[in-house]
Design a protein around this ligand. Structure first.
Ligand code: OFO
Length: 164
């Protein structure tokens, strides 16, 4: 059984991860309206990954015999000024999530909760990947944004992403 403070914080993180899923699904729908099917597919897969992150924490709380509380998910934006702005927002969001994971790690240390600390290591590593992936995407989008041909080639390439 884990400390109530740790369980509360993990429940909040489930909500953050579900919001991430919502945000990226909203971006996916926005990219569909731009006719960028590759980017839409990439974000749809990303949204599913976020749901997976939420479920990882959900399952951990159950394993620890702690209460799972599903909190209200806030409404994400429905559109952005451009593809670049949306990907920029995704990168900023990943940095925000990294901060949240770091706060959880600090709390687990303060509570001397080694099991949760160990559980969170997966998220620490995952956030390095998440930031790297969105940053690389942002750099490519910035290079291609002014050339329709380059953008369409990038859209095709981005759409080759497969689910893990
Ligand atoms: Fe994108 O890593 Fe979870 O939120």
């Amino acid at each position: 059984m884990i400390d109530i403070k740790m369980a509360e914080a993990l429940n909040k993180q489930i909500n953050e991860e579900l919001y991430s899923a919502y945000l990226y699904l909203s971006m996916s729908a926005y990219f569909e309206t731009l006719g960028l099917n590759g980017f839409a597919k990439w974000m749809r897969i990303q949204s599913k990954e976020e749901l997976g992150h939420a479920m990882k924490i959900y399952d951990y709380l159950i394993k620890q015999n702690a209460e799972v509380k599903l909190l209200q998910i806030k409404e994400p934006p429905h559109s952005w000024d451009s593809l670049t702005h949306a990907i920029e927002a995704a990168y900023e969001h990943e940095k925000y999530i990294t901060g949240k994971i770091n706060e959880l790690v600090t709390l687990s240390e303060n509570l001397n909760d080694r099991a949760t600390n160990s559980f969170l290591q997966w998220f620490i590593d995952e956030q390095v990947e998440e930031e790297k992936n969105t940053y690389e995407l942002l750099r490519k989008v910035k290079m291609a944004e002014k050339h329709v041909g380059a953008l369409l080639t990038l859209d095709k390439q981005v759409g080759e992403r497969e689910e893990d």
